[in-house]
Design a protein around this ligand. Sequence first.
Ligand SMILES: Cc1cc2nc3c(=O)[nH]c(=O)nc-3n(C[C@H](O)[C@H](O)[C@H](O)COP(=O)(O)OP(=O)(O)OC[C@H]3O[C@@H](n4cnc5c(N)ncnc54)[C@H](O)[C@@H]3O)c2cc1C
Length: 279
Amino acid sequence: MHTPQQNRLPKTYRISAVTRETELVTSFTFAVSLGAKPGQFIMVWLPGSDEIPMSVALDDGKKLQITFFAVGDTTKKLATLKKGDLVGLRGPFGTHYEWKPEQHLALVAGGYGAAPMYFAAVEAAKDGCSITAIVGARSKTHLLYLDAFAGLSGTTLSVATDDGSQGHKGYNVDLLRELLESRTLRLRSGSTAHAVDQVFACGPERMLVAVSDLCAEHKVVCQLSLERYMKCGYGLCGNCVINGVRMCVDGPVMRNEIARTFTEFGRYHRDGLGKKHSL
Ligand SMILES: Cc1cc2nc3c(=O)[nH]c(=O)nc-3n(C[C@H](O)[C@H](O)[C@H](O)COP(=O)(O)OP(=O)(O)OC[C@H]3O[C@@H](n4cnc5c(N)ncnc54)[C@H](O)[C@@H]3O)c2cc1C
């Protein structure tokens, strides 16, 4: 995928709104469109700190949104910013989720993956797609974007929490399994009504592996967002390469059959120096 020269350089933008989603999660809105598509990411630069990748949570042509967990140096500093503060943005980069009009999509979201999955739901709904959104988190206080999904027409929302504090007690993948098992039974009996055409997933890599295995077992088309430590964002530095494939250019959204050929998928990630760490 070619990234135009002007998208490779950061420009600073003022934060136009700050939303505290949960104790650890914040969303920023910027009054700008970068023309991003669901699944693409941008590099977010905090002058004096670092530049880190973030999925686009919404780009509706007028405003752009990101949603992030305050987990480390840069994200904790970002979380202290206020409306009107300046942040550098560049992109969008990478591949995006793809669908055909009027398909039935099952979107599986874990953690901040709810944000890009919501963006996919908004855009796919414009093409007449029906959506089953399956959102998971450790407990109800960590669930993200539930009201946003619930407000979308043509979208059915299912929720799973590890501790059972809201929705299904267990993993979001359990709910996907139920959906795909009923799909397989219906297809065997000759009914294609409401069958899931594709599964999209974004979340922790262990969740992605479980989704990948289920979709392979049920022979459902699946697209996954694979995240690796990214620096340049447009394929030069090679830090995010998995098995010879640059995740910032040929990913982060990959088709399942390609992801399943990666020997690092579900096993290792690499740090900023390229050193392997077990997941
Ligand atoms: C394509 C992509 C999209 C992402 N989207 C989001 C998002 O929407 N919301 C969100 O909260 N997080 C997102 N992340 C993760 C986010 O970039 C890291 O959590 C963040 O960089 C942590 O930075 P930190 O300085 O606060 O933490 P640190 O303490 O510096 O790092 C914590 C961990 O974050 C990871 N990390 C740090 N820097 C990078 C980097 N440059 N590239 C990749 N991983 C890094 C490493 O695994 C590191 O161990 C995304 C990552 C990728 C690759």
